[in-house]
Design a protein around this ligand. Structure first.
Ligand code: ZN
Ligand code: ZN
Length: 224
């Protein structure tokens, strides 16, 4: 339980530290990390999360998965894809990006809710969070936004998934609709992970490193 709270925070802290220490650009390694995270999250979803939720014999489960896909599409109108790893804000911005923040928060709180009921899910989430944290931190550090706003944004971002973990075990209604919410999160993951894989495949060029990275993520997720 305590690990489910701490690991997502550590993932964002590591992402922030990588940006401060190494100042990575939108480079090859980051793209590979993103491809790895997408393939890993998709595999965890398909191998264990999805079958576990279908086992519950709720005939409407598929409907909730589609709701999750739609919800993520709507959230991305506002976040412009931050959940799957790119930022489209103006670098000269000085105001706090509320729309980005709110849509990212809804996404992050929701993904925290099913963690405690599905054992390997936490790994999929922290690996998916790492490149997102790196990309967000890179943007904010390079932007004209003040250091305190940058820090506040990343701190709150780091706390959202743990908030979901906390709420899921402390709010009765979330316990009652646990499988339905889990199905919505499956839809969210199917959408972001397939988008990451789609976007990582620029121009359909054959890239052996990327392909091997994706295969490694699938194998690792299978055995975890
Ligand atoms: Zn995108
Ligand atoms: Zn997420």
């Amino acid at each position: 339980m305590i690990l489910n709270i701490i690991l997502p925070i550590i993932s964002v802290v590591i992402g922030f530290a990588i940006v401060l220490l190494f100042k990575p650009k939108q480079n090859r390694n980051l793209k590979l990390l993103l491809a790895f995270s997408g393939a890993f999250l998709l595999s965890i979803t398909v191998f264990s999360f999805l079958p576990e939720v279908y086992k519950t014999n709720n005939s409407n489960i598929g409907l909730f998965i589609m709701v999750g896909i739609l919800l993520q599409i709507i959230l991305e109108f506002f976040s412009q894809g931050a959940e799957h790893g790119h930022v489209h804000l103006d670098k000269n911005t000085v105001t706090f990006p509320w729309l980005l923040f709110i849509s990212l928060s809804i996404h992050s709180v929701l993904e925290g809710i099913p963690i405690h009921g599905h054992h390997s899910l936490i790994y999929g989430i922290i690996i998916h969070k790492l490149p997102v944290a790196i990309i967000l931190a890179t943007f904010f550090v390079a932007s004209k936004m003040s250091k305190s706003k940058t820090f506040l944004f990343l701190l709150l971002f780091a706390l959202m998934t743990p908030l979901g973990v906390f709420l899921s075990t402390n709010i009765a209604i979330l316990e009652t609709y646990f499988q339905e919410i889990s199905a919505v999160v499956i839809g969210i993951f199917l959408h972001i992970s397939t988008t990451i894989l789609f976007e990582s495949n620029e121009g359909h060029k054959f890239n052996i490193t990327k392909l091997l990275t994706i295969v490694a993520a699938i194998i690792l997720a299978y055995f975890i």
